[in-house]
Design a protein. Sequence first.
Length: 425
Amino acid sequence: MSLDDLTAEQLTALAEEQRTKYEQLRNAGLKLDITRGKPSPEQLDLSGELLTIDVPSKAADGTDVRNYGGLQGLPEIRAMFSELLNVPVENLIAGDNSSLSLMHDTVVQAMLYGIPGGRGPWFGQDIKFICPVPGYDRHFSICQKLGIEMVTVELGEHGPDLDAVARLLEDPTVKGMWVVPMYANPNGVVYDEETTRALLQMPAAAPDFRIWWDNAYALHHLTEQEPKPLDVITMAAEAGNPDRVLEFASTSKVTFAGDGISFLAASRANLDAYLAAAGIRSIGPDKVNQLRHVTYFKDAEGVRALMRQHRDLLAPKFQIVFDALESRLGQYGFARWTHPEGGYFVTLDVMDGTASRVVELARQAGIALTPAGASHPLGRDPYDRTIRIAPSFPSEQDLRAAMDGLATCALLAALEKQGVLTVGE
């Protein structure tokens, strides 16, 4: 059944029912927020020991972690996450808390200094980045701020439209591409090996074309299946394009977002170029914090064990989202949503032309949603249908209330779009 199958009388009855529900929402004085994928206080409490743990002053190799130096990060934290991220340890460096900072800095360095294999700084050139959509708004913000043109390709079940990517790579001004390969933000897609190898192998007119491989959710499983990240660094070398990938990750949603560790994996040529520029900006990362994490985790299995505790807190919240959408919207046929097996988000596609209205109705009812269009460059969703849901931060009770309210708003917007009612009549 869909809305189109309902009789006029049934549509009128449904409209009245949803209008009554909405007025109850507005009168309830709600203040609910499902905008950002932040760990909940309960998740942060899992790593509370980090605040009190004793940290040695020297690392295993004798490095005094209290002093300057060590721009590549401590060997023991690199070895631990080399195993977890499935990248060669010699191709991995560890930094401070934000992988977004690393992504921003590598793009800025390309603008100012260029990239190995290229023809000098990107600044002053026409530069384009390929952006699979739906995608991550902060990736798009980096490009927007630096004046980089963004061209979109549709993100399918196993990765982007490869034919569209191949056509775009014939353009020498296409210098970069954003990828979230595991549990993509926001729709949970996992890039399979066939798609990944195609991206690494396909010709590019720009010799300095790079893929910004943001593996933010590589360890964030929602089921007992824990797929191993692909070793894209080795795969790129095997494909004859060893410098193509810059891979990023962090512990921001593992321990503390404000006190974590970021990682950059790349070819030796890319790392040398990055470190040469980074060495002017900094004389070394927070090695005390890196050793604190090593002491806390002990080994890679310690990280995996912690992430299973995160899963135990997160999976029920995702189920609340699935259940609410199915029970409230499933029978009407105008909406669809993802069922990710990891990551931090659910993507809801509402009736075309109504996402902005849904977000506004929710705002008026005290429910904060990520802005409609955030999943697309410049905030422009051509279909105005995609809404990102972030279940992690609110309590289960608040999440149920927010999802019930969101479903009411989606139904109202759809009925308005079909001319059945206007809210406030």
